[in-house]
Design a binder for this molecule. Structure first.
Ligand code: ADP
Ligand code: 5GP
Length: 192
């Protein structure tokens, strides 16, 4: 399969919809094709998450310093934690000559969209139903109930925003994983 046209690929969608699962499959099936932008976050690492691979895990004061230094292309607060894509991680990944993939939430998408210097394509991953989303989020078992509630509230806003015309280049419903994965591959390897 050929590569894409070099534009960034921004993947968003509510927490628990399956973004990470789809991205992991894509990267595993296509080695040396994609590069993931490693975000900074103030949230605590989950079991198995590796600093510098999943995220750069930082304390709040360090995150605030990075914001004031203008280190981020975009940043947002999600579920009570801060997340941001540094200019450095984008530059590092572009330098590899691979297709750069971001996994970010809605406010980050808005900031990227508003930035004329960024050339990206946007794909939104949507749950088949809200109930399915809740089941997945709970089934993942990585957040306590209070945090799941925050994520579900945020999910409503994300799904509503995705209904705005022309925000995303593609909306993929992640019902059957293989079908969603095929659609993602088709999008990623297409030139428009
Ligand atoms: P996100 O990165 O969007 O927060 P994850 O990739 O962590 O979501 O997926 C959340 C949970 O849902 C995981 O336990 C994952 O195995 C499961 N999952 C992902 N896609 C599907 C699907 N199509 N059907 C059922 N479960 C899924
Ligand atoms: P999680 O805590 O589940 O890893 O991520 C929570 C949410 O934060 C997800 O929607 C994910 O896409 C988003 N996110 C991760 N990194 C960034 C980032 O750098 N910027 C923004 N805006 N959102 C991010």
């Amino acid at each position: 399969m050929t590569s894409t046209d070099g534009r960034l690929i921004v993947i968003s969608g509510p927490s628990g919809v399956g973004k990470g699962t789809l991205i992991q499959k894509l990267f595993e099936d296509h080695p040396n094709t994609f590069a993931f932008t490693v975000s900074h976050t103030t949230r605590a690492p989950r079991a198995g998450e590796v600093h510098g691979q999943s995220y750069f895990f930082v304390e709040r004061p360090q995150f605030a310093d990075l914001v004031s230094e203008g280190a981020f292309v975009e940043h947002a607060t999600f579920g009570g934690n801060h997340y941001g894509t540094s200019k450095q991680t984008i530059a590092d990944q572009i330098a590899k000559g691979l297709v750069v993939v971001l996994d970010i939430e809605m406010e980050g998408v808005k900031q990227m969209r508003a930035n004329d210097s960024i050339d990206a394509r946007y794909v939104f991953i949507k749950p088949p139903t809200f109930e399915d989303l809740e089941k997945r989020l709970r089934g993942r078992g990585t957040e306590k109930d209070e945090d799941i509630q925050k994520r579900l509230n945020q999910a409503k806003a994300e799904i509503e925003y995705a209904a705005t015309p022309d925000v995303h280049d593609r909306i993929i419903v992640n019902d059957d994983l293989e079908k969603a994965y095929d659609e993602l591959k088709e999008f990623v390897f297409s030139k428009n």
